[in-house]
Design a protein around this ligand. Structure first.
Ligand code: NAD
Length: 294
């Protein structure tokens, strides 16, 4: 039985670790927050007194942390304690540069590593239906795959170190920009006297089709499961969309890529979040675009 250290037992990490326990793995959890350690223990995980001790007891180490600085400092701390032959998997969403530095740190310690950020949110973490976007050596991907399959449905190898993070931020830049323009189209339709349902019926089967429209329609009605029918409760919070759009902008600046619509999306989500809507679903930006924030 593979022993897995799980460091970062928050909104995502808590249920992901619980799914590894359910799949029959020995999980040794650690988080800085006492109540989250207690919850993980209730879910059947063992608890270590520190990240270092969790890593020392494991064949595979998973981290699910807020940002690049946390991942780099945790990996620096725990790599010296890792077992020979261990595999480190970081599932956090972090900047590409930090992801590559984490891989370098692991390589210097003789440890295999994978960046494996996820999409699917807390619902996907609970249902073990996440998508994992992975970067790293083929051998590390092959070793990680059976573990990731216990927490997700789609496991994609995107390329070398950092490629998982690159895929995640590029995808979410598409998502942020298409959501905004979808909201603009519905707001324009309202002013033109065109019903939201009529716009949906045409665009959902025409060239305006996108995931933002057909799976996550920002007006109530056409897609019953979308957060628009639930008071724009997340779902995927605007604060998280803003985080990912900022990561995309940092990466674009560093790589010399022009991303004017991505930049505009980051600015608009920044304004939306700062106006008291950071916790709303990101599709709630339609109210902001209408000029009538709730
Ligand atoms: P969270 O804040 O709920 O969890 C992060 C956890 O890391 C916290 O419990 C915190 O105490 C812990 N932590 C921080 N520093 C630590 C350390 N040094 N040692 C041990 N534990 C430490 O965040 P989350 O929503 O679970 O998100 C985690 C990551 O997943 C983020 O990078 C986020 O961008 C990404 N993500 C989140 C979602 C979502 O819907 N919440 C979706 C996709 C990706």
């Amino acid at each position: 039985m593979t022993a897995i250290a799980f460091i970062g037992l928050g909104n995502m990490g808590g249920p992901m670790a619980a799914n590894l326990v359910k799949a029959g793995h020995r999980v040794i959890g650690f988080d800085l927050v006492e109540s989250l350690r207690a919850q993980a223990a209730t879910n059947g995980a063992g608890i270590a007194p520190s990240g270092r001790e969790a890593a020392a007891a494991a064949d595979i180490v998973v981290t699910m942390l807020p940002a690049g600085q946390h991942v780099l400092s945790v990996w620096d701390d725990i790599l010296p304690a890792a077992r020979p032959g261990a595999l480190f998997i970081d599932c956090s969403t972090i900047d590409v540069d930090s992801a590559r530095r984490a891989h370098e740190a692991a390589k210097s310690a003789g440890i295999a590593s994978l960046d494996a950020p996820v999409s699917g949110g807390v619902g996907g973490a609970k249902a073990a239906s996440l998508t994992f976007m992975c970067g790293g050596a083929e051998t590390a991907f092959a070793a990680a795959r059976p573990i990731l399959e216990k927490m997700g449905k789609r496991i994609v190898h995107c390329g070398e170190a950092g490629a998982g993070q690159a895929a995640k931020i590029c995808n979410n830049m598409i998502l942020g920009a298409t959501m905004i323009v979808t909201c603009e189209a519905f707001a324009l339709a309202e002013k033109l006297g065109l019903s939201g349902q009529a716009l949906y019926d045409v665009a959902s089967t025409a060239s305006g089709q996108s995931w933002s429209l057909t799976s996550y329609c920002p007006v109530p009605g056409p897609v019953p499961a979308s957060p628009a029918n639930n008071g724009y409760r997340p779902g995927f919070a605007a604060a998280l969309m803003l985080k990912d759009l900022k990561l995309a902008q940092e990466a674009a600046l560093a790589a010399g890529a022009s991303t004017p619509l991505g930049a505009a999306a980051a600015q608009l989500y920044g304004l939306f979040a700062a106006s008291g809507h950071a916790g709303d679903d990101f599709s709630g930006i339609i109210n902001f675009i209408r000029g009538a924030p709730r």
